[in-house]
Design a protein around this ligand. Structure first.
Ligand SMILES: Nc1ncnc2c1ncn2[C@@H]1O[C@H](COP(=O)(O)OP(=O)(O)O)[C@@H](O)[C@H]1O
Ligand SMILES: [Mg+2]
Length: 221
């Protein structure tokens, strides 16, 4: 199968600062969990933001689902790749759990009826249906993580980038999240998960990428 995301000799330097990502070439596939690990400051978050299009590489090319990323508008990129920030609070902005799913869909032109149906289905799947009238910011950390995932998946992306999604979750909640990620992967989506959690890496990873000083130094399992 063709890789969903292809990076070729991608480099990036922050305008202010000394860090740079250099010469990263990488293929990322659907249907598998790729764990991205490495010390703090090794460039994991920077790499995720580059793939998502939040940062633009200074050199190199990125192809997403067969299309050169320069030709892909950021708004369309969201229906190709879903990105979850390390802190879910940065991504929750509506007044109710239900609207958190329907609002972006209606903005994109979906009818209210179709958006409502989709939200109902997703909230059921992510065990959030009983919270649908609640204010997102007041949910527990685990509930917020699931809501962000549900909201991203409403856009039907082919690939997910999750930046340390287990932050702030206890052991049982982490397990639940990991099982959910595994289920989604079996359904066909691919994901790169930035994670330090050995339990996750050992039990769920199909592939492990290790970064150091802005480069991929190990790629395997
Ligand atoms: N906006 C920025 N401007 C300048 N330097 C930055 C910026 N954001 C991150 N950095 C630096 O880039 C390096 C890599 O950061 P990051 O990608 O967040 O690493 P990781 O996610 O692996 O901890 C760090 O040294 C960090 O200080
Ligand atoms: Mg980071």
């Amino acid at each position: 199968m063709e890789s969903y995301i292809k990076l070729r000799q991608v480099s990036y330097a922050y305008p202010k600062g000394r860090f740079s990502l250099h010469d990263v070439s990488l293929n990322l596939n659907q249907g598998e969990i790729t764990v991205v690990k490495g010390l703090n400051g090794s460039g994991k978050t920077t790499l995720g933001k580059i793939i998502m299009g939040i940062l633009i590489p200074s050199t190199g090319t990125i192809e997403i689902d067969g299309v050169d990323s320069n030709k892909l508008k950021l708004c369309h990129r969201g229906s190709k790749i879903g990105y979850a920030f390390q802190n879910p609070d940065r991504q929750l902005f509506t007044a109710s759990v239900f609207e958190e799913i329907t609002f972006p869909l209606e903005i994109k032109g979906m009818s209210k009826k179709a958006a409502d149906q989709k939200a109902t289905m997703l909230l059921e799947k992510f065990d959030l249906a009983h919270l649908k009238q609640r204010v997102p910011m007041r949910l527990s950390r685990g509930e917020k993580q699931r809501l962000v995932l549900a909201s991203i998946l409403a856009q039907e992306p082919g690939y997910l980038i999750l930046d340390e999604p287990s932050t702030g979750l206890d052991r049982d909640r982490r397990r639940e999240l990991y099982d959910l990620l595994e289920t989604l992967t079996r359904e066909g989506i691919g994901m790169a998960v930035i994670s330090h959690d050995l339990q996750f890496t050992e039990n769920y990873a199909d592939r492990i990428i290790t970064m150091a000083e802005g480069q991929v130094i190990i790629d395997g399992l």
